[in-house]
Design a protein around this ligand. Structure first.
Ligand code: GLN
Ligand code: ZN
Length: 762
């Protein structure tokens, strides 16, 4: 009989209860006991919701991050917080969020602590706290969190399957601060895992899910060997291990994964039946094969009938060895579609969030155990919903298909090369050496957010909202003029979010009310749902920019989000390739670019904050992605006249491996994040002889610190050692929306003064 289980459940809560609980605790408004009580309630609720499964994940819940949890379980705390005598939970949050040094007046007994570095969890939009290692790292077990949760689950009568991160992935996710080889730590790490598994067994665990998603990435021989080493060391553990892989297929790690000495293997089965068959043929017959057949990362209903056609013979062949689950933890999808009261009923009928996905799993299990007839109604309803989606006129717009088919390479080609364009742009818009600008957003104040809430709730009418936003724009333009910036922005007051704002105005997008997904810690995002062919019914930003330009003689930048970023931060269609959806977005944003140009806007910035994020896990797939991503940017941006200056912005600084593609985008100016790297990351541009202009960020907008003029001058001098001064801009690392005006004004004042100093010395 087929077993069904789950790899992990969203922990933030239906209405983001955990977020609000955490933030209240951090503000000091609630007690530690209240926070822990809330966490316990959420776990109990989540287990309750998963009752129908044969195995329910335990230990997947986290107050901040599952990787940080694992670091604490393994006793691998960064040196700077070891020996902390305060509360352990407090120490956990110190690593998670950092703690600024106390001000001079306070006791000074608790110096500041830098937060752990955060990075993307594989190719998802979730971010984890990077484990820190050095050659001397030692590990020691603290299983208290897992034991407590196992006991809670037991008290609730849950069939618990503890979830931990496996040793090789744990090492793989971390960073050796001293440049040492972290694989050397494996012999020290394994005894702690042995102890951990023993402890879990002592507390009643029969199966342990040990996550090794590293197995879906490119591994060299050393790392492959580490898997063998690790699991041979763990094979005497008195529990059954289910090695869980997800976020892609095993490819050349398939033999390795299939033959690890463990009781079961979970694989992502969304990569096609052939890949599954390949693993199945390699798998020793006594092993459990768990197939991740329902997407844990997207929000579409699964085609249950088609899936059963495939699974029925497999179930016959594998019997009790076949397990079914979502492809990965459901952490990456919202909790419950039923919370959506305002969503369009037709679109809603095509979707499944975490709970609905578990429902699908139940239907599959029943069909396999008792025959399809036992769930005929559900299967029929599923078929009808999928059919309706396939045929819906809201999904398919022939005019869009034609426009995409008519894309020609010339559409992505500027008329002249950068050197010639630069001359025309300078005639049109004279700028000093080291021109100053900002990345787009200015502080999103409490008043702005309140006005937007009031507008959405109807308390503020359209005219009132427009007036409030215009007032903010006017304030923002006035401040920038007073500061003496060269190229101004309108400040993005009217934008809730750089993707949602555009999604709301494009046809083919739907929005949820509660479709929150954790991004990191208490931070959640609500990705818009790209369900149909994309069309721009009317201009989206032109009126705001025109208004902002009317307030000043300085050039005003039009501000747009690029197609690749919109795509990468949305739930996307599963009925056509990503590249195709991206081309549709590119055409829509291109129209906006051309409308801005027509309205007299001379500088247009197209943000591609998430371009790098979209890189596939496998190197072999990078080029294909980069090719269509760059093509889409070019279609969007490059239809303008030579005299129109195109900017793009990217929120990172690692360009080494993608610099050729970045250059191929051919933006006149690219602004990037560099302040924390001391400009060293410009090396990639220097070595490539990147031909266009660059604005290397001169201060970190994530920090409330005000950069000094001297610091900015010093950074820009370093930049000028690598890039000719004529092609350098001066700007912050990113948008300023999370900062206070009281921080922004002095910081930008220093930046503008720094630019003057640089000019004077040039
Ligand atoms: N224009 C956006 C802003 O300033 C860019 C932000 C981003 O790229 N993350 O907020
Ligand atoms: Zn940015």
């Amino acid at each position: 009989m087929t077993t069904i289980h789950n790899l992990g459940f969203p922990r933030i809560g239906r209405k983001r209860e955990l977020k609000f609980g955490l933030e209240a605790y951090w503000r000091g408004e609630t007690s530690r006991a209240q926070l822990l009580e809330l966490a316990q309630q959420l776990r109990a609720q989540n287990w309750q919701l998963q009752q129908g499964l044969d195995w329910v994940p335990v230990g997947d819940f986290s107050l901040y991050d599952q990787v940080l949890d694992m670091s604490f379980t393994l006793g691998n705390l960064p040196a700077r917080v070891r020996g902390y005598e305060g509360d352990a939970l407090d120490n956990y949050f110190r690593v998670a969020r950092g703690r600024s040094a106390p001000s001079a007046q306070s006791c000074g007994c608790n110096a500041g602590v830098a937060a752990g570095e955060m990075t993307k969890w594989f190719d998802t939009n979730y971010h984890y706290i990077v484990p820190e290692f050095d050659a001397d790292t030692n590990f020691s077990l603290d299983a208290s969190r897992l034991i407590a949760q196992l006991q809670e689950a037991k008290a609730q009568g849950i069939k618990a399957k503890p979830v931990i991160i496996g040793p090789v992935t744990y090492l793989g996710l971390g960073k050796a601060k001293d440049g040492s080889d972290r694989l050397q730590l494996l012999p020290r790490l394994l005894p702690v895992y042995q102890q951990l598994l023993q402890t879990l067994a002592d507390h009643g665990a029969e199966w342990v899910q040990i996550d090794e998603p590293l197995l879906v990435t490119d591994l060299d021989a050393q790392w492959q060997h580490a898997f063998n080493l690790a699991y041979h060391a763990l094979k005497t553990a008195p529990v059954k291990l289910l090695v869980a892989t997800y976020f892609g297929t095993l490819e050349d790690n398939a033999y390795l994964a299939a033959n690890l000495p463990v009781a079961g293997l979970h694989i992502d089965a969304l990569g096609g039946r052939e890949a599954v068959l390949k693993v199945l043929n390699l798998l020793p017959p006594h092993k459990v094969l768990s197939l991740g057949v329902i997407s844990g990362r997207n929000i579409w209903k699964t085609d249950l009938n088609a899936l059963l056609d495939w699974l029925e013979p497999l179930a016959e062949r594998l019997g009790a060895q076949l397990w079914l689950a979502p492809s990965c933890s459901l952490l990456h999808v919202p909790v419950d579609l039923d919370s959506e009261e305002r969503m369009d009923a037709e679109i809603k009928s095509w979707l499944a969030f975490a709970l609905q996905k578990l429902g699908e799993l139940q239907i599959l299990a029943t069909a396999l155990r008792q025959g399809r007839a036992a769930v005929q109604q559900a299967l029929d309803a599923n078929r009808a919903a999928l059919q309706a989606r396939r045929q819906s006129a809201r999904v398919h717009n022939p005019a869009v298909a034609e426009a995409v088919a008519a894309i020609r390479p010339e559409m992505g080609q500027r008329r002249s090369v950068f050197a010639e364009r630069a001359v025309k742009q300078a005639e049109h818009m004279p700028l000093p050496l080291f021109p100053t600008t900002t990345i787009g957003s200015f502080p999103q104040t409490a008043e702005i957010r309140q006005a937007r809430r009031d507008y959405k709730s109807g308390a503020l009418d359209e005219a009132g909202y427009q007036a409030a936003m215009r007032a903010e724009i006017a304030r923002c333009v006035g401040e920038q003029e007073a500061l003496g910036l060269d190229v101004l922005v309108h400040g993005e007051a009217e934008r809730n979010d750089m993707v949602e704002y555009f999604g709301e105005q494009l046809e083919g997008y739907a929005f949820s009310q509660f479709g929150w997904v954790q991004s990191y810690g208490s931070r959640c995002v609500k990705p818009p749902i790209l369900f149909g062919d994309i069309r721009r019914p009317k201009a989206m930003t032109v009126e705001w920019i025109r208004y902002a330009q009317s307030l000043t003689d300085k050039p005003m930048k039009g501000m747009l989000t690029g197609p690749v970023t919109i795509l990468n931060w949305s739930f996307v269609r599963d009925d056509q390739p990503r590249a195709q959806s991206c081309r549709q977005l590119a055409l829509a944003i291109r129209e906006e670019v051309l409308d801005l140009e027509k309205a007299g806007v001379r500088v247009i910035q197209i943000d591609e904050a998430a371009l790098r994020e979209g890189l596939p896990l496998r190197r072999s797939q990078w080029q294909e992605y980069l090719d269509w991503a760059v093509e889409c940017f070019r279609i969007t941006a490059n239809g303008v006249a030579d005299a129109t200056q195109i900017h793009t912005h990217m929120c990172y600084s690692e360009f080494n491996d993608i610099i050729a593609s970045i250059a191929a985008m051919d933006a006149d100016v690219i602004t990037i994040e560099t302040s924390r790297s001391d400009m060293e990351l410009l090396d990639a541009f220097e070595h490539f002889e990147y031909p266009n202009a660059i604005g290397p960020g001169v201060y970190d907008i994530h920090s409330p610190n005000i950069p000094t003029q001297e610091h900015i001058v010093a950074l820009m001098r370093k930049a000028a050692e690598r890039i000719p001064a004529e092609r350098l801009w001066v700007n912050p690392d990113c948008g300023l929306k999370t900062r206070q005006w009281s921080e922004v004004i002095p910081a930008l004042r220093n930046m503008v003064e720094a630019a003057k100093t640089l000019r004077a010395q040039a």
